[in-house]
Design a protein around this ligand. Structure first.
Ligand SMILES: [Zn+2]
Length: 427
């Protein structure tokens, strides 16, 4: 199947192209981007007229908790540790696999309709949650989160490894990483064990890190070291490491960590909602650290619409530096696309529109009142795009949503009924 996307305004995010956007045709052949240019003269099966539309790579949500959409807006007024202890963990203990399946499905629907084509999950993995991902057809780096502060560490590790062995290489859209919850929820020996298995199976590691001042104090007491040295002590720096948050790191610590293969996932809204702080993204970028963007779970961030979260990134930096020129919208788009792909080692096949890459593509309509007229295209994409402007979401060459509607036959009403029942049971 060859789909010719014609006359699009394309933001490729290809570092080799100097222009930030160009009028181009893109031809998708099955799951691959086959042609980019202005002189396509071969056969095709379908034409999409993209005149007046933006075509760009699908967004990559580099830190989220798919099963937590049922916790939407439950953290208002609570710092992280109280929200986890009082709300999240007691309610989670009442959730069945089927509940997490429904909550995962709600998250994937929200992401597909808001232009996210890949997500890095950090939650409870099982056969049923894999089923939700498979039904959604979204690209996902999947996991089963790990912690041993309740005596169940080895059981969780075994469950993850069983899941990985069962599903690895079974579905082009699903890959795996290891996901210890955090250094405060895992012992040092447990984290070293995680590092061992991550090395053995060549898996990246995705962990919460340096999210709050409280966490830094706890780790300081346990390890008698600063956060960077404590992390190195766990051996996790031997692995490809994706650190969610990374707020409280001084220059020396960043320089030390920068010698390893680390990426930091900025989660601006979650950090604000929980009163955790504001990450100095500018400093991370200046040091050459790969910074990507996450929404965190809907429980601490209202929604998992990456466009909503993108809008905070440069504004926060301009505010804390009192400098309007500190960062531009294109830096933000990189964090939400190619930098996420780099974090997981997926930039050879997603994160930008380039010939030979997977066709993970979204299309935005620029004619709506909230985004009109076009004076600064990149800024408008980052700051003005709402769910209604996203007119197509394609993953692996397959259109998953068109004009705000899913293309599969999932009943949203039935899903909402399920979610209502879960909320009634767990809170
Ligand atoms: Zn998180």
């Amino acid at each position: 199947m060859k789909t010719w996307i014609k006359n699009a305004t394309v933001i490729t995010m290809d570092e080799k192209r100097e222009n930030k956007f160009e009028t181009l045709d893109i031809v998708v052949w099955d799951d691959i981007i086959y042609y980019i240019g202005n002189n396509y003269n071969e056969d095709y099966d379908k034409v999409i007229n993209a005149k007046g539309k933006i075509v760009m790579p699908g967004l990559i949500n580099s830190h989220t908790h798919l099963g937590m959409s049922v916790f939407r807006n439950t953290s208002d007024g609570l710092p992280l540790i109280d929200w986890l202890n009082k709300k999240t963990w007691p309610a989670e203990s009442k959730m069945s696999d089927e509940d997490i399946y429904a909550s995962t499905l709600l998250s994937t629907v929200e992401m597909i309709l808001t232009g996210t084509t890949t997500c890095f999950d950090h939650y409870v993995g099982s056969d049923t949650t894999i089923k939700a991902i498979e039904e959604s057809n979204i690209r996902c780096v999947f996991t089963n989160f790990l912690k041993d502060n309740d005596g169940l560490g080895n059981e969780r590790l075994k469950n993850f490894l069983d899941l990985y062995k069962k599903y690895n290489n079974k579905n082009d859209l699903i890959s795996f990483c290891m996901a210890p919850h955090s250094m405060y929820a895992c012992s040092k020996n447990y984290l070293r064990k995680v590092s061992y298995f991550a090395s053995k199976y060549n898996l990246p590691v995705h962990m919460h890190y340096c999210e709050t001042v409280n966490e830094v104090q706890i780790i300081g007491k346990i390890y008698k070291k600063n956060m960077a040295d404590a992390l190195i002590d766990t051996n996790l720096t031997n692995n490809k490491l994706i650190l969610a948050h990374g707020i409280y790191l001084c220059d020396d610590e960043l320089d030390k960590l920068n010698k390893y293969d680390i990426s930091i996932v900025h989660n601006p809204v979650s950090n604000l909602v929980l009163g955790s702080g504001i990450c100095d993204v500018k400093k991370l970028l200046d040091k050459g650290i790969n910074v990507c963007l996450g929404t965190d779970g809907a429980g601490s961030s209202f929604n998992i619409n990456m466009f909503y979260h993108m809008a905070y990134v440069d504004l926060l930096q301009k505010g804390i530096y009192r400098n309007a020129n500190i960062m531009d919208s294109y830096d933000v788009l990189k964090m939400a696309t190619i930098n996420g792909a780099k974090a997981m080692g997926m930039d050879n096949f997603i994160g930008s529109i380039e010939i030979g890459k997977k066709a993970d593509i979204i299309m935005l309509d620029l004619s709506d009142i909230n985004i009109y007229p076009t004076n600064n295209l990149i800024s408008q994409v980052v700051h003005n795009t709402s769910k209604e402007n996203i007119v197509m979401t394609m993953v692996n060459g397959k259109i998953l949503a068109s004009n705000g509607k899913l293309t599969n036959n999932l009943s949203i009403d039935k899903l909402k009924d399920n979610i209502d029942n879960i909320v009634n049971n767990i809170f």
